[in-house]
Ligand binder design. Structure first.
Ligand code: ATP
Ligand code: ZN
Length: 308
């Protein structure tokens, strides 16, 4: 019996227990970090194929970035101002023999050895689209660019909610171009994402949303983001219907990244951008929640769409 009083937290714990019991998630001793079974991954794989097929009517370049990127590029964004609590910075040991002995001594005596590490040149990706912008500096072609990206990302938000992970995959379609091109992309994906999620039997609702900004200006920034209609989320009941989970987001960034990274349109103006991002683990979890833990007994229409 769970002793958690808050019904939402209890629902998270129950769903987590069920997923682990079924062998779909294998806990790794840290909240929000799991290995996933072959069955879980086969669902992700089939969903990926379906999204790719549904996106094919709009040609996009495919780019695979590693899950880390240049620290200097990280600092060209305002992530450290807006989400410092979520960042992941990679550190390593750069000392010589003497410092190494000290490191080992501290580790053996259970002192804090991590302060003897130094920052490397890389940060973990906070979102799949971050490393794209620094590679796009300069002038865009007349028709703009549409890029298909997927990557593991990191967010330091430990939670018992199995849908709130610290390390997870995003599949994004990013548009760089004029304000009209960026907005058109966002409008297209608002509809298309809903269509995709409905086709796999998810009870999805698009909602106006805001990012979880950090610190003093947070409330203002969230209100401005909402007023400007910049972010929409596709929410689905996962652990509990009381607090549905965002399985995909459609964002319009205005000239935010164009300005920070010197990306220009053919007419010489700062580029605007928009992206849709599917949270792949969340989609799989929503499917297991909606249709049960055994894909063989999922509704025929869903099995057909996902070729399961
Ligand atoms: P939330 O509002 O739930 O914190 P978000 O709005 O911050 O999510 P985005 O930054 O828009 O999320 O990321 C794109 C997608 O990545 C989300 O729609 C979601 O599906 C997925 N995602 C975001 N955070 C997590 C997480 N901690 N664990 C798993 N998936 C996530
Ligand atoms: Zn959000």
């Amino acid at each position: 019996m769970s002793t958690i009083e808050d019904p939402i937290q209890r629902a998270y714990q129950t769903f987590q227990d069920e997923l682990i019991e079924a062998g779909l998630l294998i806990p790794m001793g840290v909240p929000g970090l799991y290995a996933r079974s072959g069955l879980f991954e086969s669902v992700v794989e089939q969903f990926e194929k379906f999204v790719t097929a549904m996106a094919a009517e709009r040609k996009s370049e495919v780019i695979w970035f590693p899950p880390v990127f240049n620290r200097r590029h990280y600092l060209c964004t305002d992530h450290i101002e807006t989400f410092p609590n979520l960042m992941g910075s990679v550190h390593s040991f750069t000392g010589k023999d003497r410092e190494h002995l000290e490191l080992i001594r501290k580790r053996k005596s259970e002192e804090d050895w991590t302060r003897d590490l130094n920052a490397t040149e890389v940060m973990l990706l906070p979102a799949a689209c971050y490393p794209l912008y620094p590679t796009a500096t300069g002038v865009l072609p007349e028709e703009g660019r549409t890029v298909d990206l997927r990557s593991f990302v990191f967010r330091h938000e430990p939670s018992i909610d199995p849908a709130r992970l610290q390390s997870f995959r995003m599949h994004e379609y990013v548009r760089l171009g004029t304000p009209e091109q960026a907005l058109e992309h966002r409008e297209y994906w608002l509809q298309r994402a809903e269509e995709i999620l409905r086709a796999i039997g998810l009870d999805v609702t698009p909602v106006l949303a805001n990012d979880p900004f950090f610190g003093r200006g947070a409330r203002m920034m969230a209100a401005t983001q909402q007023e400007q209609n910049l972010k929409f989320e596709m929410v689905v009941p996962v652990a509990t219907a009381e607090k549905p989970t965002a399985v995909a987001s459609c964002n319009y960034h205005l000239n935010h990244f164009g300005h920070s990274f010197g990306i220009r349109t053919a007419d010489g103006n700062e580029a605007h951008s928009a992206c849709v991002g599917f949270g792949l683990e969340r989609v799989a979890l929503a499917l297991f929640r909606a249709h049960g833990f055994n894909p063989a007994s999922w509704p025929a229409s869903v099995k057909k769409v996902l070729a399961l």
